[in-house]
Ligand binder design. Structure first.
Ligand SMILES: C[S@@+](CC[C@H](N)C(=O)[O-])C[C@H]1O[C@@H](n2cnc3c(N)ncnc32)[C@H](O)[C@@H]1O
Length: 297
């Protein structure tokens, strides 16, 4: 899982898990592009767990009942699914789709869905790069990016889920007025994201330096719990697509795809908490700054 190793129990066999919780995993998600809300019936067998996606109408639906979810929400980089499950429990009339590239995360998230008996949540083993092959124009009512892998190095900047090109692809699948919400422990990733949102023509609806206090409507994620214990602040940004960006605007965003070190404050001794993935970089830079100060002195 990106920068941190996922500890698995001793007897954890990935293939077994994926098979056991297959009811909550959609292996051919491209099939449902543009019709997730209708294809995944809310009257699926809850005991089985997982939204029931398919082309056969739901037989247990009452007469006159129109199957389908009114809203489809994507939790991109869902990890082990705590956030996905909590939102799905709270909002039964919406379909919650989790997506992750890491099979272990998919297995855990699917287990979580099945064991909770949810019929409005499902996970897709796919990368953010495939988003337009999975969702039709305007299909999503919201995208959440909770503690996305920061990819601090410049050469991996395009992999950041808030890079301008990712944000441009989200624009194409978001419904009018729908928003992308980022939450992160990383002030550099937060500041980088503001440059990219601007370049991709988004309008910021809210930005917070303490989303736990100011936006408690967002359930806690696994990473959030761990990082908060280590003293992390949770930054958040919620933004919606505005007018189409110009090619020059987009290029400005690509030019800002630097190492996240460029977004650190100048005085590194002022940082109390080092964001996930930047421990080595911050310690090296701090030592360098201290050596330079000693040398000048
Ligand atoms: C730091 S974890 C956070 C997990 C979860 N959202 C949380 O807050 O606990 C980041 C997750 O993003 C996933 N990820 C990274 N790049 C991705 C991509 N391009 N598409 C989908 N998932 C991705 C990783 O596999 C990992 O599970």
């Amino acid at each position: 899982m990106g920068l941190t190793h996922i500890r698995t129990p001793k007897n954890f066999v990935l293939e077994d898990r994926l098979e056991r919780y297959a009811a909550a995993i959609e292996q051919r998600p491209e099939t449902y592009r543009g019709r997730w809300g209708e294809a995944c019936s809310p009257c699926g067998d809850a005991a089985r767990g997982g939204a029931t996606c398919g082309d056969t109408p739901c037989s247990s639906a009452p007469r006159g009942y129109t199957p389908g979810f009114g809203r489809v929400h994507l939790d991109l980089g869902c990890g082990k699914g705590a956030y996905l499950v909590a939102r799905a429990q709270r909002e039964p009339s919406a379909l919650f789709i989790g997506m992750d590239t890491e099979p272990i995360c998919i297995a855990y998230a699917a287990q979580n869905i099945v064991e909770t008996g949810l019929s409005n949540a499902i996970v897709l083993p796919r990368s953010a790069d495939s988003i337009e092959r999975l969702f039709g124009p305007g299909e999503l009512a919201g995208i959440t990016l909770n503690f996305p892998t920061p990819f601090p190095k410049r050469k991996f900047a395009r992999k950041r889920l808030t890079s301008v090109d990712h944000l441009l692809s989200y624009r194409r699948v978001l419904a009018p007025g729908a928003a992308v919400t980022l939450r992160t422990d990383s002030q550099p990733l937060h500041d980088f994201t503001l440059t990219q949102l601007d370049a991709a023509g988004y309008r910021v609806l809210w930005a917070s330096n303490d989303t736990r206090a100011e936006h408690p409507e967002h359930p806690e994620t696994e990473y959030e719990r761990r990082l908060a214990e280590q003293g992390a602040t949770v930054y958040g940004i919620c933004a919606t697509p505005g007018p189409e960006p110009t090619p020059e605007q987009i290029q400005t965003g690509r030019d800002a795809e630097q190492s996240l070190v460029a977004y650190l404050p100048r005085n590194l001794d002022s940082i109390g908490y080092i964001p996930l993935g930047m421990e080595g970089a911050v310690l090296n830079l701090r030592n360098r700054q201290r050596n330079e100060r000693a040398h000048n002195h």
